[in-house]
Design a protein around this ligand. Structure first.
Ligand code: URA
Length: 246
């Protein structure tokens, strides 16, 4: 078992030590600081992983080899962040795993947490209507969220939660290999594109997500509050359809 530079950094971050601490063999680290390492992190160290987002138990390198059943059961049993303590269940994603279309929202809400499916509340009804207008049914697309667990009281996702879920989402994207990703709302857009630009400035064009075109549009929950922007969202979906057809 070798201690890679990357894992060394994550190890040091996890135990609160500055990164200039001299390189030490992982066996020595485990001897020195066993109580400071959670089991998940130790597993991660045993299986070196590449991840650019900091400490992530569910690093993409580790997750990316999984097939659908393995990925879904890994998500269902994930306890990598505090959201596992408050969720009713994980919300993995639903739809056509061979679809050209992948819609990505922010995180499950109360109804999704209860039913275990994404976008089944009021925002989901609006999304269904928009899909219908595009000539699509729910079964024609795949839909998931950046986070697989509900943040309590629907608060914004925390960066460390996004980081833990990122490998899951990247693995889903790889397995589906869609022709277009539609990022629903600011949080999905920011987390996927690693930017904090306004949604208004991100919409209206196709971005690149690791080789897959990505179109940004308003979140259906926002459109319920601001119906005047439905027209812009429709333009975004038409752009996404053009991308699919190219
Ligand atoms: N909002 C989201 O972003 N995702 C859901 O699944 C439901 C509401």
């Amino acid at each position: 078992m070798t201690l890679t530079e990357q894992n060394r950094k994550r190890y040091l971050q996890a135990i609160g030590l500055p990164l200039w601490v001299p390189r030490t063999r992982d066996v020595q680290m485990q001897t020195l600081y066993p109580e400071m390492l959670n089991t998940q992190l130790q597993n991660d160290i045993n299986e070196p992983a590449i991840n650019t987002t900091g400490i992530s138990t569910n690093s993409f390198a580790k997750i990316s080899g999984l097939d659908w059943p393995e990925l879904s059961s890994t998500v269902a049993s994930c306890t990598a962040c505090d959201l596992s303590a408050t969720r009713t269940q994980t919300v993995f994603g639903v739809g056509n795993k061979n679809s050209d279309w992948l819609f990505i929202g922010e995180a499950p809400g109360a109804e999704e947490d209860k039913q275990g499916q994404p976008f089944v509340g009021r925002a989901g009804l609006l999304l269904n209507a928009m899909l219908f207008a595009l000539g699509l049914k729910r079964d024609d697309i795949y839909i998931t969220n950046v986070l697989k667990c509900r943040p309590p009281n629907n608060r914004d996702p925390k960066p460390e939660e996004v980081s833990q879920c990122e490998g899951f989402l990247r693995a889903q994207i790889n397995l589906i290999n869609p022709r277009v990703i539609v990022a629903l709302g600011r949080h999905a857009a920011h987390n996927l594109l690693k930017t904090d630009k306004t949604l208004a400035s991100l919409r209206g064009r196709s971005h690149d997500f690791h080789g897959t075109p990505l179109v940004v549009t308003y979140h259906p929950a926002y459109l319920l509050r601001s119906p005047a922007d439905k027209n812009k969202s429709w333009q975004d979906l038409c752009l996404a359809k053009t991308v699919v057809q190219q």
